[in-house]
Write a protein that binds this ligand. Structure first.
Ligand SMILES: [Zn+2]
Length: 466
C-alpha cells in the first residue's frame, strides 16, 4: 500500500476491533507487540476498486513545482489588477458583478503575500450565505491574532500567498439565505458564464479572478437547513493534491466524494486545482467547535504545505469513507434526537424518538441499523415517514480506538476541538465580577410574565444561590 495514503487506507485487521477475536495462531506475536508495528486504524469504507484508483492517481504526484523554488526569489503577486509586494498584506474589495450602475455586491478580500515563493491558497466562507462558520473563522484568521510579526501567519516568514474571502455570497449572507438573489445555488453554478443568469455571472467572475490563479482551495461550509454536521472534510481522494490537503487538515472523518455538478470542489478538480470542503455545524448558527476545528485545520494545511513554520497536528485515527447510511424516520411527528451529530452509536441503539401530539400514548424509536459515527443529524423536529434523522458512517473495526476519543455523552472529540481556542490569547481572558441582584428574585424570573409559583419560591429558599 502506498504510504502516500498515510496508511489510513489499509485494512488493518490487527488489533483494530474490540470484537472477541478467534483463537490466535501460535506464530503471531502478542497483541501489544503487533500493535506497535501496525498502528491502529479504523477499518475503511472505501472499496478495493476505489482504493486502486486513488493509489494510481497518487503515483504520478511529484514534489514541489519549480515555480515555488526558493531560488527564484520573491516576486510580486498580481491580484485584481493590483501588484502586491512580497512580505505584505493587502485588504481590498472585489465586486461580484461588473456594473456601472446598480448593485455590484463588493466582498472583502485579504491577500497575505509571503516574502518567499510558494503556493497560492484560497480560503472561502459563505459560498452559501447562511453558513456562518466560514465567515467567523476566516474573519478571525484575517485579524491581528493570526497575521503579523511573530504570529502564525507572518508575511515576512510566509512562503506563498494566502487569499482569504470570509463571505463569498454577500447578498445571500445579508438575506440570511443559502441562495443568491435569483434563487440559484452559487455552489452549483461554477465555473459560470459571463453572459448568463446572475448566479452564473457571479460564479464566473469568482472563477476567473479568485479561483483560477489558486493552487489549493479550502471551502468552508455547514449543513443545510434542518440539520447539523460533525466537523468533516469532503474531497475527491483520487485527485492527488486534494488528497494531500484533505489528510493534512488533521481531522478524523474524510468523505471521498467528487462533489455535485457545478460545485466548486468538482469544477476546481476538473481544472486540476486542489479543493477540499470543510463541513461543520449547521446554518444560521455558530458552532464554536466547528470554528475552532476549521482554524486548526487551515493552519495544519499551511504547515503541511511548508508555507508557515511548525508541524501539522494529526488525529489519532482517520476514517476515509466512500459510503454512508441514512437513518430515516418511519413515522411522522416530532423528533427527539438522542444521538446528535458526532455521536458514536451501536447497532440497535435508539438514536431518536418520534411522538405525535395527536397520539400522545405512542412513541416510536428510531434505531441505528449499524455501529458507527453519526456525521450529521436532524435539527428540525418535524418529520414525516422517510425524513432523514441521521447520516452515519458504519464502523466495523476500530471501535475501541474511536471510544478513546469519546466524551461523556459518547460524542467524538474532534482533533483540534479540545485545545485552547487559537484566536484568543490567555491574557485576553479576563475574570469579571458582576454585582447586583437578580431581577424578580431569581435567575429566570424575568422569562415569565407570571408571578413566581410557590415551588419557585421554595426552590429559591432551599438554595440561596438560585
Ligand atoms: Zn454549504
Amino acid at each position: 500500500m502506498s504510504n502516500l495514503l498515510g496508511g489510513a487506507l489499509s485494512n488493518s485487521e490487527e488489533g483494530s476491533g474490540d470484537e472477541p477475536s478467534p483463537e490466535r495462531p501460535e506464530s503471531l506475536p502478542p497483541r501489544s507487540k503487533r500493535r506497535r508495528f501496525a498502528p491502529l486504524k479504523v477499518a475503511n469504507q472505501i472499496p478495493k476498486r476505489r482504493r486502486k484508483e486513488i493509489e494510481k492517481a497518487l503515483e504520478g504526484s511529484t514534489g514541489t513545482p519549480k515555480k515555488w523554488s526558493r531560488q527564484n526569489g520573491p516576486k510580486n503577486h498580481n491580484f485584481l489588477k493590483k501588484r502586491i509586494l512580497p512580505g505584505t498584506i493587502r485588504r481590498m474589495d472585489f465586486d461580484l458583478l461588473s456594473v456601472e450602475i446598480g448593485e455590484s455586491w463588493p466582498i472583502p478580500v485579504t491577500v497575505v503575500h509571503g516574502s518567499r515563493p510558494g503556493p497560492v491558497v484560497t480560503l472561502l466562507g459563505a459560498v452559501h450565505g447562511n453558513e456562518l462558520v466560514g465567515p467567523l473563522a476566516l474573519t478571525y484568521l484575517t485579524g491581528p491574532n493570526f497575521i503579523g510579526p511573530g504570529k502564525a501567519i507572518d508575511p515576512e516568514v510566509l512562503s506563498g500567498t494566502i487569499r482569504i474571502v470570509p463571505v463569498v455570497n454577500m447578498p445571500g449572507y445579508k438575506m440570511k439565505s443559502r441562495y443568491m438573489p435569483d434563487g440559484r445555488d452559487l455552489n452549483r453554478s461554477f465555473p459560470g458564464k459571463p453572459d448568463s443568469n446572475t448566479s452564473y455571472r457571479v460564479a464566473n467572475r469568482i472563477w476567473n479572478k479568485i479561483i483560477a490563479g489558486s493552487d489549493y482551495v479550502v471551502d468552508l461550509h455547514t449543513a443545510a437547513v434542518g440539520r447539523t454536521n460533525m466537523p468533516q472534510i469532503r474531497a475527491n481522494l483520487a485527485h492527488a493534491s486534494s488528497n494531500r490537503i484533505a489528510r493534512s487538515f488533521g481531522i478524523e472523518a474524510i468523505l471521498d466524494n467528487a462533489g455535485p455538478k457545478g460545485s466548486l470542489r468538482r469544477v476546481t478538480n476538473d481544472f486540476d486545482i486542489a479543493c477540499i470542503t470543510f463541513e461543520g455545524g449547521g446554518p444560521d448558527e455558530l458552532d464554536p467547535e466547528s470554528v475552532q476545528v476549521s482554524l486548526y485545520g487551515i493552519l495544519n494545511v499551511l504547515r503541511s504545505l511548508r508555507m508557515i513554520p511548525g508541524h501539522p497536528s494529526r488525529p489519532s485515527f482517520r476514517i476515509l469513507a466512500s459510503g454512508s447510511l441514512w437513518i430515516r424516520s418511519d413515522q411522522g411527528g416530532l423528533l427527539d434526537v438522542l444521538a446528535p451529530a458526532g455521536s458514536f452509536v451501536e447497532e440497535g441503539e435508539v438514536v431518536a424518538t418520534v411522538t405525535d401530539p395527536e397520539s400522545p400514548l405512542e412513541s416510536h424509536d428510531v434505531i441505528s441499523p449499524t455501529r458507527g459515527l453519526m456525521i450529521c443529524s436532524a435539527t428540525n423536529p418535524f418529520v414525516t415517514a422517510g425524513t432523514p434523522v441521521g447520516h452515519i458512517l458504519p464502523v466495523t473495526k476500530g471501535a475501541q480506538t474511536i471510544r478513546k476519543r469519546l466524551d461523556e455523552d459518547d460524542c467524538l472529540v474532534i482533533s483540534g476541538a479540545d485545545g485552547d481556542p487559537v484566536w484568543r490569547d490567555d491574557d485576553e481572558v479576563e475574570d469579571i465580577t458582576v454585582g447586583g441582584e437578580w431581577s424578580g428574585g431569581s435567575v429566570d424570573a424575568e422569562w415569565s410574565t407570571n408571578p413566581p409559583t410557590d415551588s419557585d419560591e421554595e426552590a429559591a429558599e432551599a438554595d440561596p444561590s438560585q
